[in-house]
Design a protein around this ligand. Structure first.
Ligand code: HGY
Ligand code: MN
Ligand code: MN
Length: 402
């Protein structure tokens, strides 16, 4: 058993390094064709990562608990001590996403706790939140939203994946929902994450804010008909309205300095020779402030509705998840950035579980440099040296919080 504060000895006799742990998880869920990861919540690869989490805890004689919502926690001391400090992230990925987005924060958390003195380590919980990407059940940060009560367990239980499997079925039980009994014991949260926006040119930074952002489902409806026999003038083709809305999304985002994307679409019946009756497109929209975001979504919606009038089609817009702006605890961010040697404090357009937690407890994020800024892509990468610097920074920060 390794007492906390003594880096985990490996069979080679050297302390466990970032490279050691990273090599253990890197192959899990990686698609050989794309090089990206297919780690959807509660599917075989993500379950394997949960087993890895339990094995890491067992190697450290840590106790593993869960909150009834699919979130895992590992404890060096008794679970949920008063003034708990939570640190971790998520295992799940977007389809063919990078390997660092999420797992970097969990691997770093175990290694950072290894560095803490026993009494400090006893206050820290390493956490793996469920379904942060919303890649399987459609609502991002589902685990942390359940834990904090931001989403009701009944709504979560109804969510279904593309195969019609419900979240409760995948979880194996109806989600417990809000856990104020546990959240009330948390004094602080620190999530370490790869930076995703090309804005960090030193190894480590601290987050200041998360842009307001959200997902809106656009249902474009029309008349199913024969592709070969229906005159162009007689068509009510929702694909046209969808295509126009994709272009309008891009235009409105450029005009307002926001970020907006329509990258996910389903077509019914999706046949080469049939004009569709339904096209569903998901708008991912983000902006530096709520007013810009609201105006963007309103403008895209208006352009879709106007175009539908011309195409003789229908359009219905359903907000699926909307996240308000997150301003992390400024004093905590400044204190940590200063203690880390004056590292940059920067915002992000990416959502995180830390953003959800920040509405309930003092929360900070550490960013690890991403040399290209590319993320949600097989090309996502961080250097071992920067990741090791991230572990050092996280260990230091946890030491100041415990
Ligand atoms: O989409 C996001 O902002 C995050 O990766 N879940
Ligand atoms: Mn992500
Ligand atoms: Mn992430």
């Amino acid at each position: 058993m390794t007492g906390a504060g003594v880096p985990l000895e490996r069979s080679s006799g050297t302390p466990a390094s970032f490279r050691d742990l990273w090599a253990e998880i890197a192959p899990i869920g990686r698609d050989p064709a794309s090089g990206g990861y297919l780690r959807y919540a509660f599917t075989e690869p993500e379950l394997a990562l949960r087993d890895w989490f339990r094995a890491q805890a067992a190697r450290r004689d840590m106790t593993v608990t869960d909150d009834g919502n699919g979130n895992l926690f590992a404890w060096s001391g008794d679970p949920w001590p008063p003034d708990t400090v939570l640190t971790g992230s998520h295992f799940d990925s977007v389809p063919h996403g990078g390997g660092y987005d999420g797992p970097l924060g969990i691997v770093s958390a175990f290694l950072a706790v290894d560095r803490l003195p026993r009494d400090a380590a006893a206050k820290v919980g390493v956490v793996a939140f469920a379904e942060e990407e919303g890649g399987r059940f459609g609502v991002p940060c589902l685990g942390s939203r359940l834990f904090t009560g931001v989403i009701a367990p009944d709504r979560a239980a109804e969510l279904r994946d593309a195969a019609g499997v419900g979240f409760a079925e995948a979880l194996g039980a109806r989600p417990a929902g809000a856990r104020p009994d546990l959240l009330g014991r948390v004094a602080a949260v620190v999530e370490l994450h790869i930076e995703q926006g090309r804005n960090l040119d030193v190894p480590v930074g601290v987050a200041s804010a998360i842009w307001p952002h959200g997902r809106w489902r656009f249902d474009f409806t029309g008349d199913a008909d024969h592709a070969g026999t229906t005159r162009m003038a007689d068509r009510r083709d929702p694909m046209l309205t969808f295509a126009y809305t994709v272009l309008a999304t891009n235009k409105e985002a450029r005009l307002s300095g926001a970020h907006a994307t329509m990258a996910r679409v389903t077509v019914h019946p999706n046949a080469t020779n049939a004009i569709p009756s339904l096209v569903r497109g998901w708008l991912d929209a983000r902006a530096a402030d709520a007013a810009t975001l609201d105006a963007l979504v309103e403008a895209v919606t208006k352009r879709a509705v106007d175009r539908a009038g011309r195409d003789g089609t229908g359009v219905r817009v359903e907000p699926e998840s909307v996240s308000p702006e997150v301003a992390f605890d400024a004093r905590l961010a400044e204190r940590l950035a200063g203690a880390l040697g004056g590292v940059p404090i920067l915002p992000t357009g990416a959502g995180h579980d830390a953003g959800v937690l920040s509405g309930h407890v003092p929360t900070a994020m550490l960013f690890v440099r991403n040399p290209t800024g590319v993320s949600h892509s097989p090309a996502e990468h961080a250097t071992d040296a920067d990741c090791a610097a991230g572990v050092d920074a996280l260990a230091f920060v946890l030491g100041t919080l415990t």
